[in-house]
Design a protein around this ligand. Structure first.
Ligand SMILES: [Zn+2]
Length: 257
C-alpha cells in the first residue's frame, strides 16, 4: 500500500523535475506558473498535466496543436517513481521506523538533483553550476547530519574533483568538462568515502560499455562527445541504493581471485 502512495508521489515530483529542467533552460524563474505547450503556447489544463496518463491518453500529442510532446516528460516521471520506490525498499522496508526517515528523505532529494543533472547533460551537454554548487553544500550538510565526518566528505569530494581536474588539465578540457569537476564535488559529498570510488568505477564501466555499443551500432563515431555527467549521476544513484551490496560483492570476488 505504501508503495502505491510513494510511486504516485514519485510521479508528481517527476513532473515537477520536468518543469525545473525546462525553466533552467529557458531562464524563467522557478516559481509556480501555469505550464504551456512548447509549440503553440496554449495553457495546459489540469487534465493535460496528469503524470504519464495525460501522455498516454493524448497519444503523445498536444490537445490543441497536435504536435508531439517530448518523451522526456513521461520518462522522467516514470523513472522518478521507480527510484522513489527502490529507495523505499532500501531505507524503509522491511522495518519502517521513523529513525530511517531522514536518510530516505535525503535520498529522495539527492536523486531528484541527480535526475535534473542527468537529463540536462543528456540534452544539452552541460552541467549547470547553479545546480551543482547548491547541491554540494546541501549534500555536505545533510550527510554531516546523518553522521558522516566532515573529513570523510571533504576527502571524497576533493579526491574525485581533483581526479577530474587532473584529466581536464591533461586533455586541455577534451576528455572531461568543467561541469564534471563540480559534479565530482557533489558526488563526494553525497556518497562519502569509499563509496565515491565505487561510483567512479561504475561510471567508467557503464560509460565504456555504452560508448562501445553506440560505436558498434553506428549511432556515434570516434571522437564524438558523449555526456559523461549522465554516467556519473546514474552511477551515483545506483551506489546510493546498492553501494554496500556492490562493494561486498566486489570484495568477495577479489578475495576469491
Ligand atoms: Zn500545442
Amino acid at each position: 500500500m505504501y508503495i502505491v502512495i510513494i510511486a504516485i508521489f514519485g510521479l508528481i515530483v517527476g513532473s515537477l523535475l520536468n518543469v525545473i529542467i525546462f525553466r533552467l533552460k529557458s531562464g524563467d524563474k522557478i516559481v509556480w506558473a501555469r505550464s504551456k505547450c512548447l509549440h503553440c503556447g496554449h495553457q495546459l489544463s489540469a487534465a493535460d498535466l496528469v503524470p504519464i496518463l495525460s501522455y498516454v491518453f493524448l497519444r503523445a500529442k498536444c490537445r490543441y496543436c497536435h504536435k508531439k510532446i517530448d518523451w522526456q516528460y513521461p520518462a522522467v516521471e516514470g523513472v522518478t517513481a521507480v527510484i522513489f520506490v527502490l529507495g523505499y525498499l532500501k531505507f524503509l522496508s522491511p522495518v519502517l521506523t521513523v529513525a530511517n526517515l531522514p536518510a530516505y528523505l535525503i535520498f529522495l532529494f539527492f536523486s531528484g538533483v541527480l535526475l535534473v543533472i542527468f537529463v540536462y547533460d543528456l540534452k544539452y551537454y552541460l552541467i549547470l553550476d547553479e545546480v551543482t554548487l547548491p547541491a554540494w553544500l546541501f549534500a555536505f550538510l545533510a550527510n554531516w547530519l546523518l553522521g558522516f565526518s566532515i573529513f570523510n566528505l571533504l576527502l571524497a569530494s576533493l579526491v574525485l574533483a581533483g581526479f577530474f581536474l587532473f584529466q581536464f588539465i591533461l586533455s586541455k578540457g577534451k576528455w572531461i568538462g568543467g561541469g564534471d569537476i563540480r559534479l565530482g564535488l557533489v558526488m563526494g559529498a553525497m556518497l562519502g568515502w569509499p563509496m565515491v570510488l565505487v561510483a567512479l568505477l561504475l561510471s567508467y564501466i557503464t560509460g565504456a560499455a555504452v560508448s562501445l555499443g553506440l560505436l558498434v551500432f553506428k549511432q556515434k563515431s570516434w571522437g564524438d562527445q558523449i555526456p559523461f555527467g549522465t554516467f556519473l549521476t546514474l552511477a551515483t544513484v545506483v551506489v546510493l541504493l546498492y553501494g554496500e551490496v556492490i562493494l561486498r560483492w566486489y570484495l568477495t570476488k577479489a578475495h576469491l581471485l
